[in-house]
Design a protein around this ligand. Sequence first.
Ligand code: 5CA
Length: 186
Amino acid sequence: MPSAVHPAHQRVLDAAGRKAVSLEIVVFDQSTHTAEEAARAVGAELGRIVKSLVFVAPGEAGPELVVALVSGADRVDVGRLAAVVGLPGLRRATAQEAHESTGFVIGGIPPIGHRRPVRVVMDPDLGRFPSVWAAAGTPDAVFEVPPGTLRVLANATVAPIAVERHDGSTAGSAAARPAGTAPAET
Ligand code: 5CA
């Protein structure tokens, strides 16, 4: 008998299905909790792994949620993300906030299918690849998707919000920041 679909995976499949996209979720015996682990599991370079990172800011009608989609090889520049969404008070969500607002646990938070409406901002670096891999709702499962399809599924705004993790010499370089400010990365 085929095993039942995990409810978290089902939420991801349903979210894609609402846009007439059929996803194939791959579940591993090994952890895909971090981007590095996910890259190892799927045998892809780190850059092809999508990190779905949750941020919050105080809003008029309660906390506003923002999910940033960035390449596993990049970090989010919080200042850039805050500017893109127009929320100066934006900060990284705690694990509990991320869980409560999305309905998924850290390490498995997918780019779609969240419990509450979220604004999603996607970094253009992900568009360099023919397909990328994103978390599918649990820390042992991912799905492969062309970045253009991911943008449509997540209803994402595409904007540069990333700095490279190992070499901050491009998008988030010191020259691109106001003098005296430190890079706010995650
Ligand atoms: N499954 C992988 C690859 S698709 C994944 O979900 N990667 S991730 O980067 O999107 O999610 C893991 C991230 O959760 C880590 O980069 C880390 O920054 C973040 N994280 C881990 N612990 C906490 C915590 N306590 N609070 C907030 N964020 C956390």
